[in-house]
Design a protein around this ligand. Sequence first.
Ligand SMILES: [Zn+2]
Length: 83
Amino acid sequence: MPARKRTSKAADKVLSPCEACEDPAGRFYSGLPGVLARVTRDGRALSKIERCDACELFTGDEAAERVLRAHLAQLRRTRSSAR
Ligand SMILES: [Zn+2]
């Protein structure tokens, strides 16, 4: 199969969504680009939180987890204040 290699990986990050972590149908779609985790609709993580190795948006699992947890906390606050 033809390999479509691009020279600029950095440009790829911005232009195209990452198939591994930004596919809403994906099993570990967290809602946050660069983070892989199973997340419930009310903003709770059901699995280990990992950074996406495909796009490497975060430097490591810890950074990804920190950002996702902040994101989920915000999400829960928004949901509860909307009622
Ligand atoms: Zn990704």
